[in-house]
Design a protein around this ligand. Structure first.
Ligand SMILES: Nc1ncnc2c1ncn2[C@@H]1O[C@H](COP(=O)(O)OP(=O)(O)O)[C@@H](O)[C@H]1O
Ligand SMILES: [Mg+2]
Length: 242
């Protein structure tokens, strides 16, 4: 049975797909069998981030609607044989929550982790609330980012969703030091859920997603995402706040 985790946010561009790719990669390098599903409707990018572009013609919508079988839609990443991905559809289509949960449950015997990279529509928030074991809300540390993250967390709480954590991404310590944005303690208090990680703004992360490559061993990027992967598995890894 897989650990099912969804990555969500109140805004686009805050790093949901980046976190999905980099955490999934670290879990795969730890020897886990990992499936990433890009639930984003009409805006595909995870295939690029994990080096799996053009390896499959079928996508999530094809799979859900019976136009292909599971093997036709599951692409193996060039970065690790343990890492697979189901591509988002390139067109805007309604995803039926029941069909989607049936698919995820059918796949869950074959993987240690299924990580679902969602968009920030209310439809996808609600669609996954029934069965995701972990929900990681990605937030930036500026006031509008934290307000949107709080909105998402409050919605999850109203649905009694367990395992909600926040991850601050694209954090710039000079902005905090100059008091341009509030510090992370304040932002955490605003959102009101436990922290699973803090990721600074790093050119190395842009490089990884642009080239579909792994972070080099022992770099800051690799260490941060390995720690998040370990915390997702319940290990207690001290947080290094940048
Ligand atoms: N911590 C970070 N440092 C630098 N760039 C980042 C970071 N996180 C994400 N990005 C960049 O931001 C862009 C958008 O990220 P993405 O994960 O696609 O956002 P989302 O899925 O939330 O819409 C990508 O080009 C990615 O490389
Ligand atoms: Mg995305």
């Amino acid at each position: 049975m897989s650990t099912i985790t969804r990555i969500l946010s109140g805004k686009d561009g805050v790093g949901k797909s980046t976190v999905t790719a980099l955490v999934g990669e670290q879990l795969a390098l730890m020897g886990r069998k990992v499936l990433l599903i890009e639930f984003e409707n009409g805006l595909r990018c995870l295939d690029l981030y994990v080096g799996a572009t053009a390896t499959k013609v079928y996508d999530l919508d094809d799979l859900l609607n019976g136009r292909c079988g599971i093997d036709d839609a599951v692409a193996v990443s060039a970065l690790s044989g343990n890492l697979s991905v189901i591509f988002a559809t390139n067109s805007r289509r309604h995803i039926d929550p029941e069909q989607f949960s049936t698919l995820v449950l059918a796949l869950s015997d074959s993987y240690d982790h299924i990580i679902i990279d969602t968009d920030c529509s209310e439809e996808s928030i609600d669609c996954l609330s029934g069965f995701a074991m972990n929900s990681i809300v990605i937030s930036t540390s500026d006031p509008s980012g934290t307000r949107d993250a709080k909105f998402v967390c409050d919605r999850l709480f109203s649905q009694n969703v367990p395992g909600v954590k926040v991850l601050f991404n694209r954090v710039r310590k000079e902005y905090i030091a100059d008091k341009i944005v509030p510090d992370l303690d304040y932002s955490m208090d605003m959102i009101g859920v436990p922290l699973i990680g803090v990721v600074p703004e790093l050119a190395d992360i842009v490089r990884c997603t642009a080239k579909g490559s792994l972070p080099k061993n022992k770099t800051l990027t690799q260490k941060i995402f390995k720690s998040i992967a370990l915390r997702l598995e319940g290990e207690s890894v001290p947080l290094t706040v940048i």
